[in-house]
Design a protein around this ligand. Sequence first.
Ligand SMILES: Nc1ncnc2c1ncn2[C@@H]1O[C@H](COP(=O)(O)OP(=O)(O)OP(=O)(O)O)[C@@H](O)[C@H]1O
Ligand SMILES: [Mg+2]
Length: 263
Amino acid sequence: MARKIVLTSGKGGVGKTTVCANLGIALAKLGFRVVLIDVDIGLNNLDVVMGVENQVVFDLTDVIMGKCRARQALIQDRTISSLYILPSTHICSSNNIYGEHIKNIVDQLDSSFDYILIDCPAGVDAGFERAVVPANEAIIVVTPHLSSIRDADKVVVLLDNYNVEFKGLVINRMRGDLLLNGELMTIENIVRALNLPLLGVIPEDDAIGSSCSVGGRVQSVESARAFTLLSENIHNGSKKIFDCTYKYRGLMGYLKRNIKKHV
Ligand SMILES: Nc1ncnc2c1ncn2[C@@H]1O[C@H](COP(=O)(O)OP(=O)(O)OP(=O)(O)O)[C@@H](O)[C@H]1O
Ligand SMILES: [Mg+2]
């Protein structure tokens, strides 16, 4: 049986899709069979982030409408053979698609995979429900900003209405320089505010957002390491958190973060 994990946040644009893609890559590199399901109907971009948008033959709605089986709609990653993507559609109205439809697809894939990661849309309405119903674990993705944390807090409360047995936290886009300068909420304060186990901290990485990167696939050594630690924490319960501040400590680090501020 697969572990079924939804990546959710409430707030938009905090990095759910990026974390879903790169966590999937990291878990597959550990040797697990992983499928990523894009449930962000209409505003889907997991296929773009994974660089498979030109290979889509069938999508989520084709499976729901019975045009194909779930396995037929899967796209195998071009570099990691144990990683698959089930793309969503950008043209279909989502009005008649419910959580039970997605659960049915997840059930079809359950025995073939170790991990099923579900990319949830922003918000807490029907799209949220669709993504959460099939999951029994949730990763709440936040950035170190108050608006993100307030929205995540609402999501944590809402998740109690579903069959989600475990909830964990990922802090994305953490900047070590701002953290050391006292300009961001600390990791401890975020964890205390949400009262969730911390699964990982992902640094701000220019290479993720850069137009030269393939979608949001990690390019820098630092964020790749952060996603590896996250995947290990999720898989075996270890508690190794990437230290975003390491290159900003000491005299050189002090200069780096303060020179940056003044140029
Ligand atoms: N750690 C990071 N460092 C730098 N840029 C990042 C990082 N994580 C995400 N981004 C960038 O932030 C933007 C939003 O990311 P993403 O699409 O993953 O968010 P999302 O939560 O899935 O958004 P939505 O709510 O619209 O689905 C993208 O341009 C992405 O490249
Ligand atoms: Mg997204």
